[in-house]
Design a binder for this molecule. Sequence first.
Ligand SMILES: [Zn+2]
Ligand SMILES: [Zn+2]
Length: 376
Amino acid sequence: MIECAEVIHKGDDSGNEMTVRFRLPSGLEIIGLPTKNIYGGHWDLGPTWNYVVQSDRPFLVDAGRFGQGKKLVAMMEETGITAADLEFVLISHSHEDHDGGLSELVDSTRLKVRAHKIYDHLIRRYPAKSPAGNKKNFPAKCWHCPMPESFYSQNCLGYHDVLQGLEIDPIGDGQNDIGPDICAYHLPGHSPDCLAVRLGEEAIIVGDTILPDISPWPTRLSLFDDVAAVIKPHYPDAAAIFGLRRYILSLKKLIEIAQDYAGLVVLPAHRFYYNGHWNPVDLESRAKELLAHHIARCGAIIEILSTGPKTAEKIAAAHFEERLLEGFGSMMAANEIVSHCELLIESGDLAPLNGNVYASTGGMRFETYINNLSVD
Ligand SMILES: [Zn+2]
Ligand SMILES: [Zn+2]
């Protein structure tokens, strides 16, 4: 059990629909509201942890996945908070398990929405700029989505319709005060628009940038190409907002924050409570663990390529356990490998060959390269 946590409503073993009050020494209260997620199987993330921060101007962070907006409002009301008490809802990043419930939430509450400014670009439709095929009806953030039409027409279209009419109060790059002693940090990498929110010297809401138990998925640098028509005028350099290198820089920024504010309570967006127990997170040591994890994965890829050049899919098949490669898993695994290969090309340890094939250069510079990356 986390020391400052008081469970108001007991959920299931994964934490679905539990409600928790976190009481910090200053008296600040945060309510944790984990709503159901659909991404199950061997890649199960567990529910999305949304949080109400009961500061002088209370606000909500995240809205759960599509279909969970009303449930979230009901869970909030059970703890005595109504939407009318809130100043705004802040979206930690544009993934559907965090903003999917936004349409329902805003429809029923008229809450003001705050998010990083890239979010505002990504949720819009650009029929003249979208890729060929069925993507015309979809906002830029979905152009890379490899899900089949049968999935997304059933699961996503309704929510995108409402997002088109939303007005977003944008939050800029770097760090920005969004309330008295409340600071939002732009920490791209897992998604180009990721935010973390520090609550004074006591707590930090980290979205998916740091998770207990599982390592967050880094974007591929090449995802930039899909949305370049929309994003490039604002961010000409892909590496500023996409890729494993950018994710690593965000982890390093979190280490810096942890050192500046010792003892921050970390409020992650998944797996805070899972398999019947709490997973408390120490910001600095978890960020360092994740750095070590990515260094180890780079090493494993070089090792796999020692027997000759391979495609990302072949590397994934050699690296991941078979059960993780079932269904959508193979796609996620290949993405993970590509993001590491992109970094290994930068460090000089890999060379890209034609047809999505990678070859080892015989170099082993990645660890020094990663360790030397600096935040500023
Ligand atoms: Zn995410
Ligand atoms: Zn998530």
